[in-house]
Structure formats: C-alpha cells, structure tokens
Design a protein around this ligand. Structure first.
Ligand SMILES: *Cc1c(COP(=O)(O)O)cnc(C)c1O
Length: 401
C-alpha cells in the first residue's frame, strides 16, 4: 500500500524493568507504572537505510520515519516542520564554541511540536478520539494544533498563572482549555481521574510512549547537523525531561546503527530553576529517584515541574554521560536572556535562557572548560513570553533629541 511506511518498531520496553510490551496497541505507562521506550529493529535499518539519503530529505523531524513508530502516512500531520538552526554565540564567546539550537522555529513556536506531533499521529493510528493533558503552556498549544488539524478532540488543563499567550493560542487552535488553581502535578491528577472514567486518553509527559520518540529527533538532527558527531556538552532545560531522555536514546540508536562518526557521547546537563529543582536535589544527594518539590516557583514556566515520572531516566542518562544537574535562579535567567538578546539577536525563552545561565555558572566553577564545544537548547520562541517594559515617550509637539 502506497500510504504505508516501512516500519521497524518491534516492541516497547519498560524503562525501569525492561519488561516487553507489544506494539500496535494503546499503551500508557508500563505494567510497573513507569515510562515505556519504543524499540526498533536497528539491524534491519542499518542494512537497508542510507543515512545521508535520509538526512537529505525534506520535512523536518518527519524525515526520520524509519526511526519513528508511525506506520501510515495518512496519520502524519505536517505543519511545515523544519530542521531547527544552530546559532553560535560568537559575540559573547569569541574563544569558545557555544551553540544555541533554536527550537522556537518549529510549528507552534516550541519543541513541544516534536513530541506532540508524534503522540497525536500514534493516537490517530491506534484509534483514539479524545486526548487530554496537563500543561505549563507549550505542550497544550502543540497538542491543540496537531490534534485539531487531524480531527481529534482535545482537553487541556493548566495552572491558572500559565502565560496568557499559551492559554489563548491553545484555545484558538480548538482545544477546550481549563485554568486550574493548582500546579501541573495537580492538573495531571485531574486528567488521570478523567481518563480512568473513560472520558479521554491521558497524553501527559512520558505517560504514553511516543512523545519521547518525537523529542528524540532533536538528538538525531543535532548529530546530522554537526556532520555526524556530537558536542562535548549539552545543556537541557529539564521539566519532565522528555528531551534529555529522548536525545540520550537517540544517541544509542545512532551508535548501534553505526551512523555516528565517533562514539564519544556528550555530557548531558539537566538545567532547572532554583525555585523548582527536584532533579538537581536528587542528583546532589546521589539518589536515583527524585522527591516532589514543594512550593515550586520560577518565571520559567516550562521547567516548573515539581515531580517527573521519568526522574530515574533523566538521572540515569546524566550519570551515564558523566554530566551533572545544575540550578539557576530567576535573576540569572533574566540576565542571561538580556545579554543574549542584546549581543546575539536571539530572543530566548526563559527556559532557554536558563541553559545559558547554567553554562556561565558551569564555566565559572570549572565543570565545563573554555575549549569544550557546547550546545544549549532554546526550547521556545522568546516572543511567547512577557518581556520587561520598554520604550520612551516622545511628544512630537515638543520634540527633544
Ligand atoms: C516543556 C518545556 C520544557 C521542558 O521540556 P521537557 O523535555 O519536558 O523537560 C522546557 N522549556 C519549555 C519552553 C517547555 O515548553
């Protein structure tokens, strides 16, 4: 059939126990209550797919289809996805290579497009009709855009202080949006209760297996853009951690495929805000699982995630990579945003700015050196976020210069 892709998904493994789960049926968490990881027949892909031909395709992250779970092209919803650019901070760092991967260029203005596009395609493929999730903003917008375009119903619930632009864009693209008087984890409990009643499918971060497959394309794309090599260090703004876990998975898949020029993996750095840093606290204590953060606060809403179901996968990846977890306060985030905007012409989102703040802190304390090639993830366009008041009044009747 012409609309069928070659598909190499074999099964899914529990991220904690490794227990095998079958493909082609609807999955939430594993039987052990942990995230599921999609597995592919990488040997067949290695023998049949040409790396450079794949990379030469158009279509942004959809080009990686042999490494993705979708079987039928009719379930793919395309909104003009692009390979996001790498932009070096040449003015701020003349003697170091510090590169921003600017994910704000994707549809809906954030890297949530990657995860939700895949989750929505698989939901459609598996016959689901109503998707719901908690969000701090960008995930809801991406879900709303992709799901409504392909004809699925969506319900999104967010903390009532979520940036208003996120609430409005999500509603305008067709979702029912509820503003709740609680943080994202409380919103998540409400979504789960509705799913248990049979009202909808729960598409929460890592509570279904395919968002991570979308986010993994950041790692595939980055490797290809760097001519099939990886940087020394990656700074990732970590909320639920989907992107960090996904990239780490992608790098292993690339190694197994023999597509990486060299096998030295980057050190992965989980960046959080000091007002909500459960992963950093667990890292500092040497724990494998994180305890929920109380009274979470930071203006970087995308990383205001008090508890992550994939905590151990984030911490495992950071540990295996020889990386670390680091927190930065809101003042450092704001300073980072302003200096990159002024000197480099890039409007980072606060979460992206946090990665730059973390880089500066890591340089200062010696965790990263000047000669290391570093990639920072800017997860969303800065245009979606409140900015400091600006502009001076000019009275044209009494002009002064
Ligand atoms: C979702 C989000 C994050 C966190 O991403 P995870 O992969 O879930 O950790 C960071 N920044 C922004 C802007 C986001 O929307």
């Amino acid at each position: 059939m012409s609309d069928e892709y070659e598909n190499f998904l074999t099964h899914l493994d529990c991220g904690l126990t490794g227990e095998r789960h079958e493909r082609q049926i609807v999955h939430g968490l594993s039987k052990a209550g942990k995230p599921l990881l999609a597995r592919y027949d990488l040997t067949v892909i290695k023998n049949t797919v040409d790396r450079d031909q794949l990379w030469a395709r158009n279509g942004g992250f959809w080009k990686w289809r042999e490494l993705l779970p979708v079987r039928h092209s009719k379930n793919v919803c395309a909104l003009g996805e692009v390979d996001t650019p790498l932009i070096a901070l040449n003015n701020l760092h003349k003697n170091s290579t510090v590169i921003v991967k600017d994910e704000g260029r994707l549809p809906t203005g954030s890297f949530k497009a990657r995860g939700l596009a895949l989750a929505v395609a698989m939901a459609k493929e598996l016959g689901l009709t109503h998707l719901a999730m908690p969000t701090n903003g960008n995930a809801g917008s991406a879900l709303s855009a992709y799901a409504n375009r392909i004809g699925l119903q969506t319900t999104v619930v967010c903390p009532d202080d979520t940036p208003s632009i996120n609430i409005e864009e999500t509603a305008l693209q067709g979702a029912r949006v509820l503003k709740a008087n609680g943080l994202i984890n409380a919103c998540g409990a409400w979504v789960k209760a509705g799913a248990d009643k049979g009202l909808w499918f729960d598409l929460s971060t890592l509570k279904e297996p395919y968002r991570i497959e979308g986010k993994k394309t950041m790692g595939l794309e980055l490797a290809a853009q760097l001519d099939w090599a990886l940087p020394d260090v990656i700074f990732y703004p970590t909320g639920g951690g989907t992107g960090l876990i996904g990239m780490w998975k992608a790098f292993y898949e690339l190694i197994e495929l023999g597509w990486l020029a060299r096998n030295d993996l980057p050190r992965m750095v989980a960046v959080q805000a000091s007002g909500c840093a459960p992963i950093v606290r667990a890292w500092d204590a040497g724990e494998r699982f994180a305890t929920p953060w109380e009274d979470a606060h930071t203006f970087a809403a995308g990383i205001r995630v008090p508890a992550a179901v994939g905590d151990f996968l984030i911490l495992d990846a950071v540990r295996q990579s020889g990386g670390f977890a680091i927190a930065v306060d809101d003042e450092a985030i704001e300073n980072a945003r302003q200096s990159v905007a002024r000197k480099e012409g890039l409007l980072l989102c606060p979460e992206g700015a946090a990665t730059y703040g973390a880089y500066l802190a890591a340089r200062k304390n010696g965790q990263v050196s000047a000669d290391e090639r570093v990639v920072l993830f800017n997860c969303a366009t800065g245009l979606k976020y409140p900015m400091p008041d600006a502009g001076e009044a000019l009275d044209l009747a009494n002009p002064a210069y």
